[in-house]
Write a protein that binds this ligand. Structure first.
Ligand SMILES: Cc1cc2nc3c(=O)[nH]c(=O)nc-3n(C[C@H](O)[C@H](O)[C@H](O)COP(=O)(O)OP(=O)(O)OC[C@H]3O[C@@H](n4cnc5c(N)ncnc54)[C@H](O)[C@@H]3O)c2cc1C
Length: 399
């Protein structure tokens, strides 16, 4: 029997769909197997920095993004209890000019939807729903995925893009041992018309405080405000995109914070909570004809806003490697890992370090936030910290 020539992607998240689109654009045959019965993303926002939009533009998604994105003018910082405000850094035209492509704020469902549409335009039946992968095996000529219910598929390559609790990773390398950070993240959306004008601005706001951090920014053409916050808490240790909490539990986590924070919290439709875990870097992501991308191999704390962007970069680079070295699995996947391992490990490390600046007990002092803004959050320092991230061009790396 001839060896299969197709590629199976497990997981239709942001990373899996980007990989599928990049592979289809290069003329390779792909199917995406998603456990959910319905293709949808959680109700929450995501920021895609210039290094991510560079890839999405290269995949032909500029016009689709422009239909749903918010191009914020700038970021600002506010004091957790007094509400004092500092300008932080310019975004909008400044970022687009500096890095070539913009920094955009999106509803995750919109990003997910435009990626899925683009995949289906190239291959209408590429995305197969209701397929939960439960096992992976392989022989010299092919890899095989087994799904709940008994169905199996064979492919020349299998890409595990199945997120933080990756089954493909577990099949390849065994169970992982995440460590709880002692922090819980809250997420939620508010219809913009419910917020007063002083809050409903087209910019991103970070609130600095002693035992928590709040961030809000507009998404979906400015129709919704996305709320994310982090708080020190050790009574909740489940990583989940879909566990709902209550508005009063969330409000309780921010007792004593400024009224504007509570105004947003009161109007959140459903607040979701997520316990933040860290995992050490993996020495390898691939075995034979099976590899991993995105959160499946380098889950990243959200303090740098880069986990999704790394999955997008991975997808693009992996497609280029498979295209160039399709008949040499060892070479294709070795090259992919060589290109991506160090960068993603640096992002995981930096995101973890940023946790220290996001909040600390000293910020309870009246003047400490101003000192922290001067020390860590000036535009020039931020540029120094972020240029290496945003300048990177995944579409131009040599394969
Ligand atoms: C609070 C918070 C805020 C964040 N903000 C940002 C941000 O602003 N910018 C940014 O870039 N990143 C951000 N991130 C990180 C980002 O959300 C993730 O890094 C990104 O979603 C990873 O994408 P992925 O495709 O690898 O995995 P996922 O998005 O988790 O997708 C995995 C997919 O695989 C499917 N799947 C799982 N198991 C199976 C199985 N066994 N069989 C079949 N299918 C399966 C799932 O249903 C899902 O569709 C944030 C994260 C958090 C928690």
């Amino acid at each position: 029997m001839a060896s299969p020539q197709n590629i199976a992607v497990i997981g239709a998240g942001i990373g899996g769909l980007t990989a599928a689109l990049a592979l289809l654009k290069r003329g390779l045959d792909v199917d995406v197997y998603e456990q959910s019965n319905e293709l949808r993303e959680v109700g929450a926002g995501i920021q895609i920095s210039s290094n991510g939009t560079r890839v999405l533009y290269a995949l032909g998604l500029k016009a689709a993004l422009e239909r749903v994105q918010v191009l914020p003018s700038r970021r600002q910082i506010r004091h957790w209890s007094t509400g004092e405000t500092w300008n932080w850094f310019e975004l909008g035209a400044t970022t687009a000019k500096r890095y070539g492509t913009p920094h955009v704020m999106l509803h995750r469902g919109d990003l997910h939807g435009l990626l899925a549409d683009a995949v289906r335009r190239l291959k209408p039946d590429a995305i197969k729903l209701g397929r939960r992968c439960i096992a992976i095996s392989q022989s010299a000529g092919h890899a095989e995925a087994r799904f709940e219910g008994g169905e199996t598929v064979q492919a020349a390559y299998i890409i595990g893009a199945d997120g933080i609790h990756s089954k493909v990773r577990a099949c390849l390398f065994g169970a992982d041992r995440p460590e709880f950070t002692g922090c819980v993240a809250w997420r939620g959306l508010v219809p913009m018309e419910r917020l007063p004008a002083r809050i409903s601005q087209m910019l991103g706001t970070n609130w600095l405080g002693p035992s928590g951090h709040v961030l809000h920014y507009p998404v979906r053409r400015g129709e919704l405000m996305n709320f994310i916050s982090f708080v020190e808490r050790d009574d909740w240790q489940i990583e989940s995109w879909v566990t709902a909490g209550t508005n009063s539990e969330l409000a309780n986590d921010y007792r004593g914070w400024h009224e504007d924070v509570h105004t947003i919290i009161r109007h959140i439709e459903v607040p979701y909570k997520w316990a933040m875990m860290v995992r050490g870097p993996m020495p390898r992501w691939s075995e034979g004809r099976v590899t991993l991308l995105g959160d499946a191999c380098h889950p990243t704390l959200p303090f740098l806003g880069q986990g999704g962007v790394m999955a997008i970069e991975d997808g693009y680079v992996l497609a280029a490697c498979l295209n160039k070295h399709f008949d040499e699995p060892d070479r294709a996947l070795e090259r992919y890992e060589d290109i991506r391992r160090e960068r993603t490990a640096a992002v995981v490390r930096k995101a973890h370090e940023n946790r220290q600046q996001a909040f600390s007990p000293e910020l309870a002092d009246k003047d400490a936030v101003a000192v922290s803004v001067a020390r860590h959050w000036q535009q020039v320092r931020v540029k120094e910290r972020l240029d290496w991230l945003y300048d990177y061009d995944a579409t131009a790396v040599e394969i």
